[in-house]
Design a protein around this ligand. Structure first.
Ligand code: IPM
Ligand code: MG
Length: 359
């Protein structure tokens, strides 16, 4: 039987609870589809700081490198806010350490959850977009960066937004390829009216577009894109953008769905990919069985589809999630009148039942 090595980085806050659900779902679906998943947990984030002083211990990174895919929960919490090493540094270290340059963040408004959005139903019904965010360049990683002393004792904070042509080209290809299996529209987002780096971005994206004649390419300035996302989000299929713009726009896109607790993501590079929910570690509800595990479970589906090419298994998870929503089960964050409120554990059990019924 085919066996895959999966590293589980549960992390902090609600991470361990939602990871428990996703692991059980993965185990079930692997039995359904006749392959084997070998799970190994490793310390990461605040939990790893407590254990080793480092948010991404070398042994954890090595283990990730040696696995077929990585499922990540969430990191961070107030306990580590004043710590010299922050859990978020572990996340950036993982992205650069594994060369995860392509971050895929789908935002889909599900028919069962239209009412959860803060926007009007006619604006959000049918929204189905994918943010393709560059993840290892731009302001997050550009040099020089730091806080530097200047004359008269004043200091200067510096970050650098920089992209090489090859960095722009490879992320563009991911966006165009994704669009080919969707509605064949790429909107590249930049600030080319002001930034030199954006002018190069626009030039390279336009050049790559020539290799994908079946895909239509639009360009938007980032401020306009932020506006269009809440004005008429259905105009978007694939949004292609650089690291910081993608960070901001993907949160905005997530909120269209009204439920950040539902959204998965994939970070891909040349090696194993990392799959994680878009939401954070929610320390305020940790350990209370109140978390919504569905984003973690849908991240597990992305792991199967994008990471292992086990597309049948991925589809089974998607169907199970749709089924429990159809059955009216809701965690507190997506609760609505007439529905049945359940905790994290119970949602997991409903998913396992749905998976068993589906075969
Ligand atoms: C995200 C997060 C991270 C980012 C933080 C936690 C470093 O906001 O994944 O979007 O800025 O990339
Ligand atoms: Mg973010």
């Amino acid at each position: 039987m085919k066996t895959y090595q999966i590293t589980l980085l549960a992390g902090d806050g609600i991470g361990p609870e939602i990871m428990g659900v996703a692991r059980a779902v993965l185990a079930q679906v692997s039995r359904n589809c006749q392959f084997h998943l070998n799970f190994t947990a490793a310390p990461f984030g605040g939990q790893a700081i407590d254990l080793t002083g480092e948010p991404l211990p070398e042994a954890t990174l090595e283990q990730c490198r040696a696995s077929d895919a990585i499922l990540l929960g969430a990191v961070g919490g107030p306990v580590w806010d004043d710590h010299p090493r922050r859990p978020e540094q572990g996340l950036l270290g993982l992205r650069s350490g594994l060369g995860l340059y392509a971050n895929l963040r789908p935002a889909t408004v599900r028919p069962q959850l239209v009412a959860a959005s803060s926007l009007k139903p006619e604006v959000v019904t049918g929204v189905d977009l994918l943010v393709v965010r560059e993840l290892t360049g731009g302001l997050y990683f550009g040099q020089p960066q730091g806080i530097f002393p200047e004359k008269k004792g004043e200091r200067r904070g510096v970050n650098t937004m920089t992209y090489s042509e090859s960095e722009i080209e490879r992320i563009s290809r991911v966006a165009f390829k994704s669009a080919q299996s969707r509605r064949k529209l790429v909107t590249s987002v930049d600030k080319a009216n002001v930034l030199a780096v954006s002018r190069l971005w626009r030039e390279v994206v336009s050049r790559v577009a020539l290799d994908f004649p079946d895909v239509t390419l639009n360009h938007l300035y980032v401020d306009n894109c932020a506006m269009q996302l809440i004005r008429w989000p259905k105009q978007f299929d694939v949004i292609l953008t650089e690291n910081l713009f993608g960070d901001i726009l993907s949160d905005e896109a997530a909120m269209l769905t009204g439920s950040i607790g539902m959204l998965p993501s994939a970070s891909l590079g040349e090696g194993p990919g990392v799959f994680e929910p878009v939401h954070g570690s929610a320390p305020d509800i940790a350990g209370q069985d109140r978390a919504n595990p569905l984003a973690q479970v849908l991240s597990a589906a992305m792991l199967l589809g994008y990471g292992l090419q086990e597309t049948t298994a991925a589809a089974q998870i998607e169907q199970a999630v749709a089924r429990v929503l159809d059955q009216g089960y809701r965690t507190g964050d997506i609760m609505a009148e007439g529905m049945t409120q359940v905790g994290c554990q119970a949602m997991g059990e409903k998913l396992l039942l749905a998976l068993a019924e589906g075969i």
